[in-house]
Design a protein around this ligand. Structure first.
Ligand SMILES: NC(=O)c1ccc[n+]([C@@H]2O[C@H](COP(=O)([O-])OP(=O)(O)OC[C@H]3O[C@@H](n4cnc5c(N)ncnc54)[C@H](O)[C@@H]3O)[C@@H](O)[C@H]2O)c1
Length: 362
């Protein structure tokens, strides 16, 4: 983000009310911290943090927001919380976000991701005031053809595994609500702007989720174990967590100025050369850490995961003037050194502050 965009963000969220779902998760905790730094008031809605060492707990998230611990599938509770709060912005991040878990709990994944999003949109729809809704899906919403060209916003939606399919369904839910109830052409009557944001594979300090590459790498490095790599040749659009979050904040700020113009779907991913395979990510992580080794796991009886996935970000670059700031190498370096410093006793808040400041000022 450039200087004007940082200033726009700073002026757009100060004193505003933000309803943030998924505030106890990895991305939600980073966003909560950034929003508070921007002077926003935040009400969070999510389940309890998964792990005791969660980022949310270590940054004392409860002291930063009004935290509601409840299920997104509880439509009445969710509607009541949104109605009571009267938010200016809703950032919807709550989801079951794991591909491998989605093979174990497919129906629940569809309920939480697709129906949960409909519940959030219903809450927004019934507000009698203006509101901007930034709904977070994923790079995996596209019908994956295992081809080399990156996916554009206009490409066909689809999904092999239940997680990807549930998020493609979520996209349909969002566009249906936008068309049927919150149509940009009818803005003068409802005063709502709804967008969906599709980000790449996000990494950054403080993620401890199961079955995710960075937590797996860090746990192995700390334990002096060999890193087990499932899909070494799988290519993913890796990006630092601040990149898509900056995109979401920018989108929200631009909608505040022009509520109709940007009400569509947006990809936020890395530059094309930063789409790396898993093996290169692991090798760079080991280099940054200074020690470590890895081995590739045999792919017998493993659930299907996409092999090749790249995102086309030319629309966000052309129309929002957004572009990623940090290369893959910088992203991996920032991420690994976050964990290293944390292990050396630096507080989570200090590390969040330092990364956000460096992202916002350099
Ligand atoms: N991490 C990534 O690489 C990545 C990439 C693309 C998109 N995303 C999307 O970003 C969003 C946030 O992902 P994350 O990495 O922070 O995941 P996370 O697992 O760390 O956090 C998920 C959040 O959703 C909440 N949640 C889950 N089920 C819920 C339910 N039934 N009711 C209420 N809250 C519930 C959790 O409590 C948590 O706060 C998700 O929508 C995910 O699909 C993540």
């Amino acid at each position: 983000m450039n200087k004007e965009q940082i200033q726009l963000i700073q002026s757009s969220y100060k004193g505003k009310k933000v309803f943030l779902t998924g505030h106890t998760g990895f991305k939600g905790s980073w966003l909560l911290y950034w929003l508070k730094q921007l002077g926003a008031e935040v009400k969070g809605y999510a389940l309890h943090p998964d792990q005791s060492e969660s980022l949310y707990n270590s940054m004392n998230g409860d002291s930063m927001c009004d935290s509601v611990i409840a299920d997104i599938r509880n439509k009445d509770r969710l509607s009541q919380e949104i109605k009571e709060y009267q938010p200016d912005f809703v950032f919807h991040l709550a989801a079951q976000p794991l591909v491998r878990l989605s093979y174990e709990i497919p129906a629940e994944t569809f309920e939480v991701n697709a129906v949960g999003t409909a519940n959030v949109l219903d809450g927004i729809r019934h507000l009698k005031k203006s509101c901007i809704g930034v709904m977070i899906t994923t790079d995996k919403v596209y019908e994956n053809k295992e081809w080399h060209h990156p996916y554009r916003e206009s490409d066909q939606l689809g999904g092999y595994d239940p997680y990807s399919a549930s998020k493609a369904c979520t996209e349909l839910v969002i566009s249906s609500y936008r068309n049927s109830f919150l149509n940009p052409y009818d803005y003068q009557n409802h005063h709502k702007s709804i967008v969906s944001a599709r980000a790449g594979n996000v990494i950054g300090g403080g993620d401890w989720a199961k079955d995710r590459i960075i937590p797996d790498i860090v746990k192995a490095l700390i334990g002096n174990r060999s890193i087990e790599v499932r899909n070494p040749k799988a290519v993913r659009p890796w990006q630092h967590v601040l990149e898509p979050l900056g995109g979401y904040l920018l989108l929200g700020a631009m909608l505040l100025k022009e509520p109709v113009k940007h009400s569509y779907s947006w990809n936020f991913g890395p530059q094309i050369e930063d789409n790396l395979d898993v093996e290169s990510l692991v090798q760079t992580a080991i280099k940054v850490w200074g020690t470590g080794k890895y081995e590739t796991q045999k792919q017998i009886n493993q659930p299907h995961e996409a092999g090749l996935l790249k995102l086309d970000i030319s629309k966000a670059m052309a129309e929002l003037n957004w572009k990623p700031k940090w290369s893959a190498e910088t992203t991996i370096e920032k991420t690994l050194s976050w964990y290293k410093k944390r292990l050396n006793g630096v507080s989570a808040s200090e590390l969040l502050e330092s990364d956000i400041n460096s992202y916002s000022t350099n």
